[in-house]
Design a protein around this ligand. Structure first.
Ligand code: V47
Ligand code: SF4
Length: 374
């Protein structure tokens, strides 16, 4: 059994009660979550988050072998935090990959044991659901067992509206073409007070949640993200996680929650300071404690940096995403330390072992591919 540090002399009665709830595997309330954000310090949060992870995952930390395809950075939307998209009218350094170019990316991995391709990009006004379904079919024909995790709810919402399909029709169509699961992007901050200021024109919270709920009803799993550390307050973060927790109670379809740290380079929010490392670790730990029905919490190392991702393993994180192989630009364009994000399996395993955890290579749905503990 875990050695429970006795905080009783140094912490308030309310925090003490939260600690007792966590050690009794009881759910904490929104008010308690807010209190953790406002009043708990890192050692306290670390002990609670670690306890939860030990009970659920023992010492295991997961990663996978994956790569990304980013079909285009042309986007009809204009999220203020985005350094990646280029408005259609000003496409000097925009890109649009053809189906053949994207298949060539897949073929590059023919002799490598990757298990997942993550497809995500801007919302191009001319790319249709048929274009993407054709891409999915061709990828599956070439490599039937490669798991395709593709398209944020923002991209899907636009595709379905353009095709005049309901969410269920659109998702079934893509699923039949080869789509296996949905990534967690596009969630940002659900609360309208913030959403209106940072990404006014794209799918709202209700639409995002409906797409994920429908995907779950079709037996497709998905992830959920939250873009934190900009103009939102703790109250907005709690509201965001509350909506995710409620949907997860209903569907159990989310695999992983991924807090995404806001990076401020070359975007319309460049005057907003980035969060500190203390704030980052607090975010991971509070998420682990509040989201008791989410199996996994992921640190997306290309955005956070590998050192901080390693530290997060002591604050509730049990998933490090994957090898990536320098196939994404979203974060390097927004100022992340990792300008060419790529880690070999050996590097990931070492990073996890240095944190005294057991590295486990997984597939997208957390089936074990290889145990590297020994
Ligand atoms: O929704 C864009 C974020 C997301 C910035 O499901 C930014 O496994 C920080 O969702 N600073 C897309 N973040 C990426 C995404 C994702 C990534 C890795 C794994 C998974 C998964 C999903 O990127 C967007 C937005 O929240 N983003 N710009 C920025 N300046
Ligand atoms: Fe477009 Fe996504 Fe960037 Fe928003 S975050 S502008 S939807 S690419």
């Amino acid at each position: 059994m875990n050695t429970v540090l006795n905080f009783s002399k140094s912490i308030s009665k309310e925090l003490q009660q939260i600690k007792e709830k966590v050690f009794a595997s009881e759910r904490i309330t929104e008010e308690e979550c807010l209190l953790l954000f406002k009043e708990a310090d890192l050692p306290f949060l670390g002990v609670l988050a670690n306890h939860i992870n030990e009970v659920r995952h023992q010492n295991k930390v997961y990663f996978n072998r994956n790569f990304h395809i980013e079909p285009t950075n042309v986007c009809i939307f204009s999220c203020n935090f985005c350094s990646y998209s280029k408005l259609y009218a000003q496409r000097e350094d925009g890109w649009e990959l053809s189906t053949e170019q994207m298949l060539d990316i897949v073929k590059k991995y023919d002799d490598q044991p990757v298990t997942e391709v993550h497809i995500v990009g801007g919302v191009h006004p001319k790319l249709t659901i048929e274009f993407f379904a054709d891409l999915l079919r061709k990828i599956k024909k070439h490599r039937p067992h490669l798991h395709i995790k593709g398209f944020t709810a923002v991209e899907l919402d636009y595709m379905f509206r353009k095709a005049k399909m309901t969410i269920a029709e659109g998702l079934s169509f893509l699923q039949q073409a080869g789509l296996d699961s949905l990534p967690g992007g596009g969630a940002e901050i659900f609360h309208s007070e913030i959403r209106e200021k940072i990404c006014d024109d794209k799918v709202d919270a209700e639409g995002w949640l409906q797409i994920h709920e429908t995907a779950h009803s079709l037996n497709m799993h998905s992830n959920a993200t939250m873009l934190y550390g900009h103009i939102e307050s703790y109250r907005h973060r709690v509201d965001h996680m509350r909506q995710l927790r409620t949907l997860q109670d209903k569907t159990k379809g989310f695999n992983t929650f991924i807090p995404l740290k806001f990076r401020n380079k070359d975007n319309d929010m460049h005057t907003v300071d980035e969060s500190t490392i203390v704030e980052d670790m607090k975010m991971y730990a509070v998420a682990r404690i509040f989201l008791d029905n989410f199996p996994h919490i992921k640190a997306y190392w290309p955005m956070l940096g590998r050192q901080q991702a390693q530290l997060s393993l002591s604050f509730g994180v049990n998933d490090m995403d994957g090898t990536i192989d320098d196939t994404t630009k979203i974060y390097s364009m927004a100022g992340a330390e990792e300008q060419h994000p790529s880690m070999t399996t050996d590097e990931l395993v070492t990073l996890i072992k240095q944190a005294n955890r057991h590295p486990i290579e997984r597939d997208t749905l957390y089936g074990i591919v290889k145990d590297y503990s020994n």
